[in-house]
Design a protein. Structure first.
Length: 131
């Protein structure tokens, strides 16, 4: 936990950091979510590899208030209907994200949750596969 907090502090101190590829342990995602939701965040591109639904909820939720991220991609290990629903809600409130991709095959219902949220956003490129 101490190293996870160190990661969050380090991210906040890197004022010029605009792109991050994070194959991090899932516990780091909580602090990443706090950073994304802060006004200190300068990231314009974020790629996340790994994590479960519970790990990613803080990151996805932070998209609601993030004002810097333009491109976001994620590859998750485990998820259910809650993550697409939360993502759709986050996209509905985000006005800066232009590109989103998720390396998962979703059901029609899950895909619809995301697309409904994207309708109200600045999304220009949405990459989500449907079964």
């Amino acid at each position: 936990v101490e190293s996870d907090q160190h990661l969050a502090d380090l991210l906040c101190s890197l004022n010029q950091l605009t792109e991050l590829d994070l194959p991090a342990p899932s516990s780091s995602f909580k602090h990443l979510g706090a950073y994304l939701g802060s006004s200190d965040c300068r990231l314009t591109k974020l790629s996340i590899y790994g994590g479960t639904k519970n790990d990613l909820v803080p990151v996805v939720s932070a998209l609601r208030s993030n004002r810097s991220l333009k491109r976001f991609s994620m590859r998750t290990l485990d998820w259910d209907n809650d993550l697409p629903m939360e993502l759709g809600q986050a996209l509905r409130h985000n006005r800066t994200l232009q590109e989103f991709s998720w390396d998962q095959i979703l059901s029609q219902q899950q895909w619809t949750m995301i697309v409904e949220g994207a309708r109200y956003s600045a999304i220009e490129r949405l990459v989500v596969r449907v079964s």
